[in-house]
Design a protein around this ligand. Structure first.
Ligand SMILES: Cc1cc2nc3c(=O)[nH]c(=O)nc-3n(C[C@H](O)[C@H](O)[C@H](O)COP(=O)(O)OP(=O)(O)OC[C@H]3O[C@@H](n4cnc5c(N)ncnc54)[C@H](O)[C@@H]3O)c2cc1C
Length: 288
């Protein structure tokens, strides 16, 4: 390791440094710095914020690529189809404006907090993570990337270089609803992301539903996703939820909420998110 901090301009240099060992990645630092309050940061921080080509959202064959240094504000300002409404709704409630200006989607995912707002949205979108090292590059689904609380499939010499979101039809819609004790600067009690794609007849052809803050890492609800497919995207869609659909969730009791309350609130948020993708009003974050 060559020093305590480096901010390379090229991906090649960043990967070479990571291959040499002893480096930890720093993007916006909005998870890293608060985790070190009252103690030194230590050596070996590889700041990727200046790496050329890592920032921004671009169209690629079959979808979009979100560069690893793309901030929440970049996402909010990007011209994107309604498929991205859930990701933008999540972006609007990440901390405050300063956090959104600095924090990145990739950092949110790599930090692997059970309460990371971006993770359930990326799961419902069927997003893939693009990892690169001097050994080559690989692509894995977000559901396989996040292994548990603070655990990901990113090897020590790998860098997440992009998150890819597959294209859907122009009719695809998405929604994100989060419940916390107050509106901003809050760790979610539960959060729900829903992505629904419908055909010309208004029938659901694909559904993605994922829940965060109710397990060690965000979980998709495959039984509910299957039941939504083939149904008309009408007001009855929100009534399709069955309590057994929440079986993949393993919420805990903590100071923010009991496990039972989390499950109950999650069912309500799913109904609201399903109402939202049909264009009906949803009061994000409100109880009741
Ligand atoms: C006041 C405040 C409010 C917040 N509110 C919310 C909130 O409402 N919802 C929410 O979900 N989060 C919230 N956060 C947490 C944080 O802002 C987000 O998770 C943010 O998106 C993290 O991105 P970052 O670029 O700052 O990550 P960093 O802090 O730079 O990195 C986070 C982790 O990811 C790793 N990492 C980063 N980029 C890469 C990469 N490309 N490849 C491999 N590893 C990488 C780092 O090594 C580190 O372990 C809040 C934080 C603060 C301080």
């Amino acid at each position: 390791m060559s020093g305590c901090y480096d901010r390379p301009a090229s991906l090649e240099t960043a990967l070479r440094l990571l291959a040499a060992g002893g480096w930890r990645v720093l993007a916006g630092g909005t998870d890293v710095y608060p985790a070190h309050v009252g103690r030194p940061l230590g050596d070996g921080w590889l700041d990727i914020s200046a790496v050329e080509g890592l920032r921004g959202i671009r169209s690629i064959p079959g979808g979009w690529s979100i560069g690893a240094a793309t901030t929440w504000t970049d996402l909010l300002r990007a011209d994107l189809p309604p498929l991205f409404d859930a990701l933008k709704a999540a972006a609007r409630e990440i901390g405050g404006m300063q956090i959104q200006n600095t924090g990145t989607l990739a950092g949110n995912l790599c930090n692997a907090s059970p309460a990371a707002d971006g993770t359930p949205v990326l799961m419902a979108l069927d997003a893939q993570v693009v990892l690169q090292s001097v050994r080559g590059s690989r692509r894995i689904a977000v559901t396989d990337f996040v292994l548990g609380a603070r655990r990901t499939a990113c090897a020590a010499d790998e860098l997440v270089v992009a998150i890819e979101v597959p294209a859907r039809t122009a009719a695809a819609r998405s929604a994100f609803v989060k419940l916390g004790g107050r509106r901003y600067l809050v760790i979610s009690i539960t959060m729900v992301a829903v992505v629904v794609d419908v055909d010309e007849a208004g029938v659901v052809r694909r559904a993605g539903v994922a829940v965060g803050s109710c397990s060690a890492c965000a979980q998709r609800l495959p039984a509910l996703e299957r039941r939504l497919v083939g149904r008309p995207a009408d007001p009855g869609l929100a009534d399709r939820i069955d309590p057994a659909d929440l079986a993949p969730l393993t919420p805990i009791d903590d100071l923010r909420a009991s496990a039972a309350y989390r499950l109950d609130a999650t069912a309500t948020l799913i109904r609201r998110a399903l109402a939202d993708v049909r264009g009906e009003p949803v009061s994000a974050g409100a109880l009741g």
